[in-house]
Design a protein. Structure first.
Length: 178
């Protein structure tokens, strides 16, 4: 019996079939909680490196990652690709609703983008505070499975700011983790 062929990483077009622009620029309806925590661990590592070691060159990389994940889910983010295709498949995981995770990534995009503006304006302290907020939130997600952005999303849904039809699977978000 011949050994099974290993799939190439990343998959070739013949392995996945043609991909439309809409498929590339979409966010999944559900997200693997383990993959989300792995991404958060990478984000926390980069953010704490900025705050503790003044590695400002990481701020644009953080911003790119957040924007890429908001716009296209894991497809354009190297960190998310590693988490979803390499690390998470080897670990137990469970699906969680995607819209709150996208909202959390949007908050990260705004904070990291604002940090870039602060650095450009000559305010490294403001940038460090913004990245520090990212570091704390990412650490909570990575270590405890507590998604700060998801909790904000749930509050906004309960307040009617975010319509219920945006995330029908989010009915009990206030009790959900990861």
């Amino acid at each position: 019996m011949a050994p099974a062929r290993r799939r190439r990483f990343p998959p070739t077009a013949s392995q996945t079939g043609p991909v439309s622009v809409r498929e590339v620029f979409s966010f999944p309806e559900s997200v693997n909680a383990t993959a989300a925590r792995i991404v958060a661990a990478g984000v926390a590592t980069m953010a704490w490196s900025v705050v503790l070691f003044d590695l400002r060159w990481l701020v644009p990389l953080l911003a790119y990652g957040f924007v890429a994940r908001v716009v296209a889910g894991p497809r354009l983010s190297p960190l998310a690709l590693f988490a979803t295709r390499v690390a998470a498949p080897r670990l137990p995981g469970r699906p969680v609703p995607g819209p709150p995770k996208r909202f959390a990534q949007s908050i990260g995009a705004v904070l990291s983008g604002s940090a870039i503006v602060a650095l450009a304006a000559g305010s490294p302290g403001v940038a460090a505070a913004l990245v520090g907020a990212i570091a704390v939130a990412a650490t909570l997600e990575a270590a405890l499975g507590f998604c700060v952005g998801c909790q904000i999303f749930a509050v906004l849904m309960r307040a009617g700011v975010i319509p219920q039809d945006v995330c029908e699977a989010c009915g009990s978000l206030s009790h959900q983790r990861a």
